[in-house]
Write a protein that binds this ligand. Structure first.
Ligand code: PEP
Ligand code: MN
Length: 341
């Protein structure tokens, strides 16, 4: 249910609506819009009687929201969510490029890579300190030490940090350093983790599970938002199909559909989808053409020596080429052009 308030509704009218919603045992979510405020209601298991709410002063309309996802949906919030992350706007007209190695490997690697990526035009820095690896024998990340290195890389470059939390125990530690907490594909349905991420208040980049449907993906985002954290970024990173020439299949058709149904920013990760660096740039081009608000790509000064995901990781020369191509595509899709360097 969505309660639309009049443009001139007084604060006491808003409070009265929220109090009644709470009295009904439900949760109100105030959602300011460009011209008027709306109050979303979650928590009901059966239909709510709209008449109890529509008669309150300041209420203009009560709309039933029938989709299973509520807070993530444009039914509740028609205008795009634009997040400002350490000065970088995501979800508006700018295209945001998040780049960096799969994992933080060492201080030298991370700080130097961050500096080069910044020079080449990256807007945010990625790098895992805690890594979800398919094999327990593979490099698991530097943990706490990796977070310290990420903090140094941010201090050296000013680039905001995107890094993953694998478990509820780690969220607070990761949140101390991260500007954006990543929840990986393998954890998309870890509901305890989603709830903790929802309570921590930091922006969350939620990767689509490799076998997750559209509805499951948005309901995972709904878990984070229902805890009061509306700063969610959706990331398509490839799904598992019968196609066997790439690691996963990049589901680009989900991009316009996510943008149609949801107000949240959408980022595409072509690196994990491809699993091979030679097709990352064309996929990245296509993602922007399909309407993504940004990209997340793996880049490393010496990808063949990378401790994780080397085969899909761009060299810095390839990253430079990607940025050059984006400078042509971004204005063609009527987004703000990236600064020329
Ligand atoms: C990553 O970003 O390095 C990663 C592990 O991604 P995903 O969860 O999409 O596999
Ligand atoms: Mn990776």
């Amino acid at each position: 249910m969505l309660i639309v308030m009049k443009a001139d509704a007084a604060q006491e009218d808003i409070n009265r609506v929220c109090d009644l919603v709470r009295d009904m045992g439900l949760t109100p979510h105030a959602m300011p819009g460009p011209s008027r405020l709306a109050i979303g209601i979650t928590g009901n298991t059966e239909p709510i009687d709209p008449d109890r709410l529509s008669i309150l002063p300041g209420v203009i309309e009560v709309i039933r929201v029938t989709r299973p996802y509520k807070l993530t949906s444009r039914d509740m919030k028609p205008d795009n969510t634009v997040l400002t992350i350490a000065g970088v706007e995501l979800g508006g007209r700018d295209i945001v490029v998040i780049a960096g190695p799969c994992a933080v490997e060492s201080r030298e690697q991370m700080v130097e890579t961050a500096q080069r990526l910044k020079e080449l035009g990256a807007h945010m820095l990625r790098g895992g300190a805690f890594k979800p690896r398919t094999s327990p024998y593979a490099f698991q990340g530097l943990g706490r030490k990796g977070l310290e290195i990420l903090a140094e890389a941010r201090a050296a470059t000013g680039l905001p940090i995107v890094t993953e939390a694998l478990s509820t125990d780690e969220i607070d530690l990761v949140a101390e350093v991260a500007d954006v907490i990543q929840i990986g594909a393998r954890n998309m349905q870890n509901y305890a983790l989603l709830k903790r991420a929802g309570q921590c208040g930091k922006p969350v980049l939620l990767k689509r599970g490799m076998a997750a449907t559209f509805e499951e993906f948005l309901l995972a985002a709904e878990y984070i938002m229902s805890e009061g954290n509306h700063k969610v970024i959706l990331c398509e990173r490839g799904i598992r199909t019968f196609s066997d020439y790439s690691r996963f299949t990049l589901d680009l058709s989900v991009v316009p559909e996510l943008k149609r149904i949801s107000h949240l920013p959408v980022v595409v990760d072509p690196s994990h989808a491809a699993g091979r660096r030679d097709i990352v740039i064309p996929l990245a081009r296509a993602a922007i053409a399909a309407g993504a608000d940004g990209l997340m790509v793996e880049a490393h000064p010496d990808p063949n020596q990378a401790l994780s995901d080397g085969p899909q990781t761009l060299s810095l020369e390839m990253f430079d080429e990607l940025m050059e191509e984006l400078r042509m595509i971004v204005p063609a899709v009527k987004r703000n052009s990236l600064p020329t360097l």
